[in-house]
Design a protein. Sequence first.
Length: 274
Amino acid sequence: MNEELTIAIRAAIHAGRDIMDIYTDPAADFGIERKADNSPLTRADKAAHERIAAYLAPTDIPILSEEGAQLPWAVRRTWKRLWIVDPLDGTKEFIKRNGEFTVNIALVEDGAPVMGVIYVPVSRTLYYATTAHGARKATLTATQADADATRLATIVADIKGEATPLPLADGAARPYTVVASRSHLSLETAAFIDTLRAAHPDLQTASSGSSLKICLVAEGRSDIYPRHAPTMEWDTAAGNAIALAAGRTMVDATTDAPLRYNKEDLHNPWFIVR
């Protein structure tokens, strides 16, 4: 799996550079469109999808991407191994220019996430994991983040060598912390947080966009991320792999069962990361 991990890291960094070329251009037209579910789509989403697809294609592993063609279940059900990609997770945060958006790439085997890469272009933060070798976090230099395709092929080993194992902290020195969505906090999630206050009077809340919420729990900076609101498989697959590799759990909020991927219905159940 090391070869696939290296490819996914290169793809995420390069896609992040494409996103930043648009994000930092004061004259850039984001080209905002509305998809069938009324969620936004921008030029950056499309550019990142094309970049990642080009990197992953030589692996001959099928790709399920938010911005790619959605093949029917009759085809997907035969896939034992697949990439699940969100080229730009947190498009609303991208449009708001608050920096809380990510590139998500996961490898799934038999419905379980076994590898995940999440890249945060604005902060140049990279999270990656395999279930066999644990989770890591690295902060890229500006030179690494801006590397072209040729240079990227040689610097991933350096980035891995500088990465720090997750979790970074055990939370013992801070109040019990709940992280929730910045743009999608549902009434049900708010009610669940209220029930936690009875057991944790000193409870603190934090807000974040995109898959960063899962990363905060994987790092040990938050204790729990409840999501009682709709999400899709590409929103969570990479973060799920990272959370599991960091020793966390990510389960169906109703059944306590692990989340499964490449289902007929690509919607996730409500879930809890802790």
